[in-house]
Ligand binder design. Structure first.
Ligand SMILES: Cc1ncc(COP(=O)(O)O)c(C=O)c1O
Length: 415
């Protein structure tokens, strides 16, 4: 265990230690990791992001009056996201990631409910939503009503409607959900939300920066964004398919009035009025500047090129899986995120397949029902190798070494 260092260490030695420590980290550059990093396959974008991050390393977005450049960038990013997703250019903010965007949207719903006299609020979600909703409810002491999805793995709208009562402040659908990559029936949820006068959040942390391009490529995309009546808020992560580095997401609202609920204002201390629109106080500036730069650099044509790579890689991975006896993609994924597992009756031990892929240098995330893929542009360069290795791993058979299904801080631990 490290104790506090008595003396400083020369920079070269610190960097050498960093090298050693990083030696054990996942090698995402090789295209063998499927979540955590969205490899854009774009050296020029990467160089730009490094440069911008350097310039904003020490800035602080807490005080907008001192950093007009950051105010401008945040406004620009929110307005650009709003024009992509179909809402008011001022109705939202940046946040540090999907979890914070979700937290803020849930908090906004609670505060909206406060104004209507709801003392013990609840939110209703399908059971496939990201754990960030459970986390937000836990922190904010809101009841989380989880409703099992239907046989198609999408939100069961009737069952969700049946769970609504006078204390319901928010319904949630995903576009798409993380585990299976399917989009919930947002128009039907919108009608239920309107009929019951409640808010509806679409978690588009994954799809927000991909589905608009998917649609333009002519892929079938069920309605999911602000064009759908009844959708009142949305989370969409720029640090996923927006291809900036970590620390950037957008939370957007249909009605600019709702943003008011996101603000925390406080003047009962000697330091003057404190106003903050996110959970963080001091806000790192680099992710804001990075998000702004990535969007400006790529533009719609750049995002379309990347979406084409992702679509083609997704098709190639899915064709490889379909071509191997005993495996099947779970459900009918709508985008570039999906699970595959044993085909019914095949008897394939999918844990053993995951182990076999580990041994061949791949990093597939384990879920309860199978292995999970989140496809990035760079993956287009590794689809053939994947097909060969997967076929070999299945042919090798065997039984699972017992790595548990996991995500986040415990992923990769043994049973
Ligand atoms: C659908 C969905 N929502 C929310 C999140 C949370 O995002 P973050 O990890 O940036 O907090 C994720 C992360 O993968 C996600 O897939």
């Amino acid at each position: 265990m490290q104790t506090f260092p008595e003396h400083g260490t020369p920079a070269e030695a610190v960097l050498a230690e960093v090298d050693t420590l990083q030696g054990g980290d996942i090698d995402w550059r090789g295209g063998r990791a499927f979540s955590l990093v969205y490899h854009p396959d774009d050296a020029a974008l990467e160089a730009l992001l490094h440069e911008v991050a350097n310039r904003y390393l020490h800035e602080n977005a807490l005080n907008p009056f001192k950093y007009p450049s950051l105010v401008q960038m945040e406004k620009d990013v929110v307005a650009m996201a709003a024009s992509l997703l179909g809402t008011d250019p001022e109705a939202g903010s940046l946040s540090s990631g999907g979890t914070e965007s979700i937290f803020l949207a849930v908090h906004t719903a609670r505060s909206w409910g406060d104004g209507r006299g709801v003392a013990t609020p609840n939110i209703i979600t399908p059971d496939t939503v990201h754990p960030a909703f459970a986390k937000a409810c836990h922190y904010l002491r809101i009841e989380h009503r989880r409703v099992p999805v239907g046989p198609d793995l999408r939100a069961d709208v009737e069952a969700m409607a049946a769970a609504i009562d006078d204390n319901t402040v928010l319904l949630v659908g995903s576009a798409p959900c993380y585990p299976y990559g399917v989009i919930d029936p947002i128009p039907a949820l919108g009608q239920v939300a309107l009929a019951h006068d409640t808010l509806l959040h679409v978690d588009a942390c994954l799809g927000g920066w991909m589905l608009p391009w998917w649609e333009r490529l002519g892929e079938p995309v069920p309605p999911w964004d602000f064009r759908v009546e009844g959708v009142t808020s949305m989370s969409a992560d720029i640090h996923k398919y927006g291809y900036t580095f970590k620390g950037a997401s957008t939370v957007l609202y249909r009605d600019p009035e709702l943003v008011r609920h996101q603000w925390f204002l406080y003047d009962e201390w000697p330091g003057g009025l404190y106003g903050s629109i996110t959970t963080a106080g001091t806000r790192p500036a680099a992710p804001m500047a990075g998000a702004w730069a990535a969007i400006r650099f790529l533009g719609a044509d750049g995002y379309l090129r990347k979406a084409t790579q992702v679509r083609d890689a997704t098709r190639a991975f899915q064709a490889a899986i379909a071509g191997i006896d005993g495996l099947a993609v779970t459900g009918t994924p709508d985008m570039s995120v999906f699970e595959f597992g044993p085909a019914p009756g095949s008897g394939v031990d999918i844990g053993a397949v995951g182990d076999g892929m580990d041994d061949r240098g791949w990093n597939l995330d384990r879920q309860q029902g199978g292995l999970h893929l989140m496809v990035s542009p760079y993956h287009l360069t590794v689809t053939d190798r994947f097909a060969v290795d997967l076929a070999d791993a299945v042919a090798a058979g065997g039984t699972s070494r017992g790595k548990a299904a996991g995500y986040g801080g415990i992923a990769g631990m043994d049973d």
